[in-house]
Design a protein around this ligand. Structure first.
Ligand SMILES: [Fe+2]
Length: 386
């Protein structure tokens, strides 16, 4: 059994675990049962409901990618490396949980090795445009979030011209940044509703708890501890735990703050709908100079694209298009090719004729999905969603 991300699911694959589908518009829950063979209609529905992927029978994900599918954004990080990252993070989190009884520096060294591999993978990919679809591979939010933040933080560090050795430390810092949450009662961390002011005061302790643990046992450098301690500080001094301001916040903390917000708000949580990458990018751009460091935001925008070249997008006029080139000045307005008029390229940033046309979302579908569905499949789909 393998977890296959949403953009790699293919018709004919068999589910090896039940998949729950929560429709945020209708508030209905449906389920695809283990053993179900995926059809294009099912895959499209999974995309629409922003399901991250599915566990697939291990023999079914070895097939060749059909040649007629649209080009998809390539994941910059291999699945095996992501699995290695998650395994190591589990060890480090367990170590934190048991405190001094199980301190083992090899877990930290192995996690540092993951950080080095992430840096190498990201540095070797010159045209990297991180797609949020490719970052979210695991259904365990904590480790998935730490890994997502690490990948984004390293990408920002590369964009800022950081030295390789510093990138290794930055990646490790980001992998470990939220470990202090282990000290917070699970009822608060997993509360499916807004926290009370008292509960939020408890949550605000987690940067301090994490930094204190690593400092006390001398497991990582002071620079990494400082990054963990300051990842919730805000550029204008309104953050926590110490209300630091501007350059008074260490660079690692300023970078992880941006990566953390982007990954957290675009993630699926049990109690809220994820914001679209577009909404979060606009939120981060809006917070540049107040919540976030301007230089870090600029570096982030140079590297992170919600609509990588090759991805499929739905426009405000209902048309579907393929992204063919980025606009460095505005990641939300790339050059696109409409499927209805494939010989024409639209520049959403430079061409004034298209100023009113906006990208509503990345739909991540294939040409096959655009064909009329057989009636039988439509009926089946309606059944499972009811
Ligand atoms: Fe945090």
């Amino acid at each position: 059994m393998n977890f296959v991300p949403i953009d790699q699911l293919k018709e004919g694959m068999r589910l090896d675990r039940d998949v729950y589908l929560y429709d945020y518009k209708t508030c209905k829950v449906a389920m695809l049962r283990s053993g179900q063979v995926l059809t294009s209609a099912y895959i499209q529905k999974l995309c629409e409901l922003q399901v991250l992927g599915a566990y697939i029978h291990s023999d079914d994900d070895q097939e060749e990618q059909p040649v007629h599918r649209l080009p998809r954004p390539r994941p910059p990080i291999k699945r095996t490396l992501k699995q290695e990252a998650v395994t190591n993070l589990e060890h480090v989190y367990e170590m934190f949980d048991k405190n001094a009884q199980s301190i083992n520096i090899s877990h930290i060294n192995q996690t540092l090795d993951v950080s080095k591999q992430l840096v190498t993978a990201l540095k070797n990919n010159k045209n990297i445009e991180l797609s949020i679809f490719n970052l979210k591979l695991y259904d365990d939010y904590t480790y998935n979030h730490s890994l997502g933040v690490s990948i984004l933080a390293i990408a920002i560090g590369i964009s800022m011209g950081m030295k390789t050795r510093d990138l290794y430390d930055l990646g490790l810092c980001a992998l470990l940044h939220d470990i202090g949450k282990m000290s917070i009662p699970i009822e608060i961390i997993a509360k499916p509703a807004r926290l009370t002011p008292e509960e939020f005061e408890v949550v605000k302790l987690h940067p301090y708890k994490g930094a204190e643990f690593f400092l006390k046992h001398q497991l990582v450098s002071k620079k990494i501890c400082a990054g963990i301690l300051t990842h919730h500080e805000k550029f204008d001094g309104s953050g926590y735990p110490n209300g630091l301001k501007g350059d008074g916040i260490p660079l690692f903390g300023r970078i992880i703050a941006v990566a953390d917000v982007y990954d957290a708000l675009t993630s699926v949580r049990p109690y809220r709908k994820p914001s679209s990458p577009t909404e979060v990018l606009e939120y981060i751009m809006g917070g540049s100079g107040t919540a976030f460091d301007v230089e870090v935001v600029e570096a982030f925008l140079r590297k992170v694209s919600p609509y990588p070249v090759g991805s499929c997008v739905r426009l405000s006029n209902g048309e579907i298009a393929i992204v063919v080139a980025q606009n460095a000045r505005h990641p939300l307005r790339p050059q696109i090719r409409l499927l209805s008029t494939p010989d024409k390229i639209l520049d959403l940033y430079n061409d004034r004729n298209y100023l009113s046309l906006v990208i509503e979302n990345a739909c991540n579908i294939s040409t096959e999905d655009l064909d009329e569905e057989p009636e039988e499949e439509k009926e089946q789909e309606e059944k499972i969603i009811k």
